[in-house]
Design a protein around this ligand. Sequence first.
Ligand SMILES: Cc1ncc(COP(=O)(O)O)c(C=O)c1O
Length: 424
Amino acid sequence: MADTSFWHPFSDMAYVRRNELVLVRGEGMYLWDDAGNRYLDGSASLWYCNIGHGRTEMADAVAAQMRTLETWSTFGEVANKPALELAELLSAHAPMDRGKVFFTTGGGDAIDTAAKFARLYWQTIGQPERLHMIGRTNGYHGTMAFGTSIGGMEAVRTGWGPLVQGTSQVQHDSPQALRDEIERVGAERVAAFFCEPVMGAAGVYPPAPGYIEEIADICKETGVLLVIDAVIVGFGRIGGWFGCERFGIRPDMITFAKGVTSGYLPLGGVVMSDRIAEPFWSEPGRIMVRHGQTYAGHATVCTAALTNLAIIEREGLMSRGQELEGELQSALAPLADHPLVGDVRSGTGLMAGIELAADVLDADHDAALKLYRGVRSRGVLVRAHARGLAISPPLIVTTEQIREIADVVHAALEELAPVALRVR
Ligand SMILES: Cc1ncc(COP(=O)(O)O)c(C=O)c1O
């Protein structure tokens, strides 16, 4: 196969350079490559294509906005209608009082925005020593500087030299670990705690019952800002606009991206509560915030989000992830009995992780990749992670397609078994 000049993210280019899969078309739950092969989308691309592919309504809305006003910078006082409307809509649905929406271009810059604002907020209200930021083991918050430093996936953190000072991670499923860490650092020195309601990138870890509610209580008691990273879980993936509604909590900031446009155009952002916004929004001439990306509030991108969210609401997809979580769980549960499988994690939303057994992974570090390739060769695209697969289809998936994904993973495990079991 021909060589490429495209340096893929999260990739071993020495392998990828001659093994690219070139997709040329998408429609609904399906994608086609340049050789005409069809694939069922088992991962909503990278957890984002909630409405499915190839919607002409999206293309039409985006084209109409581009013909009217593609965009203009929103630095300073300039706004545009789609950005205003989208901010209003997100604010109205966020589980917080009169939230204000700061737009970014993706999830990683949303996280870095939240982290910088957490520090800036404390400095502005006279507690500049509140600098420390706490994340969780296995946490993933993107690959910008703060997100890399707050995240807890070791493989993502290493190789870059010293990370941002004043960050640490606590055991991901232990509220007591958070309490202990806040006590160790001193509550008066902790700015914020970052939490994915369901941890995605590390391999899908749903929260233990009561965990999210308890960490929210701890943050409230200690004054530490609670940043909910809803980049994956939002816009129907686990039910609701921001995914955290089902836990009845009220965060100080919510980061979002992915499903807000279903990936038709790149958009992210942070919804900040009234508490955070107040010092910045009350007295003209006092604070000039010098943070923001060129394309924040891009008119055409915001139009894509408005159209996508209208589709999600009209088609009842906002609750669909929660409605289908039981079906996904029961379709995948039998895989836990397969001799190559160590764990199957699911149950909160339309997302699941299949982890290979530890000794299989020890014997062959590429076992997860081989499993992914076996699934792909059977016409299903899923996400490979270091220890297995992640499944998170578009929210328009049918019960039959969920079963098909489970059957294909089973067949790929069977194919892998003779080799994997021999080296065991
Ligand atoms: C929970 C979470 N936060 C942040 C990010 C980073 O988003 P982006 O890749 O758009 O920078 C991701 C990406 O997968 C994510 O899963």
